[in-house]
Design a protein around this ligand. Structure first.
Ligand code: PLP
Length: 393
């Protein structure tokens, strides 16, 4: 049975190219990049190369890239780093309701310490209105943090416009770009963001590695990991050299794929998947912004069906997806993102997220729709909530 992995927003397989550059470093390239002998210098060279590759993907200078342990740490770094920066005396932060937990939870902690956090609502398509951001800014605002792309529905926020409003007021702007880096072109040299979070395992690199872009000229941040002065004293701890080298390679490959037009292929595949679902399944509903969305992401609901049952039915046929239901989240709460988009709870519990990747094909989409349509039909036949064909009421 051919496996069809459609959960690339959760994580991606490590690419052959990333693995190939990492393995020799695990084996022989063990040097500490802070050491002055030849092993250390060799590791430093590899680290510098990777920093160039990561910077190259987002149009940054390599000195603006600080390596971290992943997207969560990068977000924590941006938030605590600005809140506790030596020169900061402001205590108001603006964000939105559909952020990842690695934004919302650090902010909750800050609230416990007397900071004021404003969580802006989003539209039914999951977008925050830049005008609302502008109106939320006060003299006490130290940071605005709005994600670039949403992991569940793929909606892209207008970070160019938001950043402009924020920058005009001299306030720092952070964006969690963990889901968008490598999936859409990003050029920070043309984008008014001061801080941007990235994660390697979302773009075919290894897990446990990420980066925070810190624009040159940004006031010194508080360092959430204090140690031996690594990363130009911005983040302590001996660097994860093999992981970082794999991340660098993954960024280089992502840039090459974007330049080759692979995003168009993904978009076509995603749109065909949706078209075929609409043709085969009555009452299918798309969640997220139809026009401003990640090319690989399709989130939809199937009235009268149960998302978790569908997930298992698909998994048994070798197809991996995710759901927004309370059971899957492990928190007992339905997806906060779909809730913030005012999707009713029964529809949230019927939702499935398909997140496509480079390894998928158009033929995969045909097979997914065939299995999905069958699973929905079987599930609806057992659902008392769904009117059966021929029923009189
Ligand atoms: C939008 C977003 N931010 C942050 C993270 C956390 O990244 P990491 O898993 O690298 O800590 C994720 C991971 O799912 C994410 O989707």
């Amino acid at each position: 049975m051919r496996k069809i992995y459609l959960d690339h927003n959760a994580t991606t397989p490590v690419s052959r190219e990333a693995l190939d550059v990492m393995l020799p470093i695990f084996k022989d390239g063990f040097g500490n990049p802070s050491s002055v002998h030849s092993e250390g210098r060799a590791a430093r060279v590899r680290l510098d190369e990777a920093r160039e590759q990561v910077a190259g993907l987002i149009g940054a200078q390599s000195s603006e890239v600080v390596f971290t342990s992943g997207g969560s740490e990068s977000n924590n770094f941006a938030i605590f780093g600005t809140a506790f920066a030596p020169d900061n005396n402001k205590r108001h932060i603006v964000t939105c309701e559909v952020e990842h937990a690695a934004i919302l939870n650090p902010l909750k902690q800050l609230e416990g310490q007397g900071f004021q956090v404003e969580r802006l609502p989003v539209s039914r398509a999951g977008r925050v209105d830049p005008e609302r951001v502008k109106n939320a800014l006060t003299d006490a605002t130290l940071l605005v943090t709005i994600q670039h792309a949403n992991s569940e529905v793929g909606t892209l926020h207008d970070i160019a416009r938001i950043g402009e409003c924020v920058r005009n007021k001299g306030i720092l702007f952070h964006t969690d770009a963990v889901q968008s880096v490598g999936k859409v072109p990003i050029d920070v040299s043309n984008l008014p963001v001061d801080l941007l979070s990235m994660s390697s395992h979302k773009l075919y690199g290894p897990k446990g590695v990420g980066a925070l872009f810190i624009r040159r000229g940004t006031p010194t941040l508080f360092s959430p990991v204090c140690g031996g002065g690594q990363e130009k004293k911005r983040r302590g701890g001996t660097e994860n050299v093999p992981g970082i080298v794999g991340f660098g390679k993954a960024c280089q490959m992502a840039k090459e794929r974007i330049d080759r037009g692979e995003l168009e292929r993904l978009t076509e595949m995603r749109d065909q998947l949706w078209e075929k679902i609409e043709q085969s399944v009555l009452g299918a509903e798309l969640f997220g912004c139809p026009d401003n969305r990640l090319p690989n992401t399709l989130s939809c609901g199937f009235e009268g069906a149960d998302g978790d049952t569908l997930l298992i039915a698909l998994d048994m046929e070798g197809i991996s997806v995710s759901t927004g239901s309370a059971c899957s989240s492990g928190t007992g709460m339905p997806s906060p993102v779909l809730t913030a988009m005012r999707v009713p709870v029964e529809k949230i519990n019927s939702s499935i997220r398909f997140s496509l990747g480079w390894g998928n094909t158009l033929a995969d989409m045909d097979r997914v729709v065939e299995i999905l349509a069958k699973a929905i039909q079987q599930n609806r036949e057992k659902s008392p909530a769904y009117p059966q064909a021929g029923s009189i009421d």
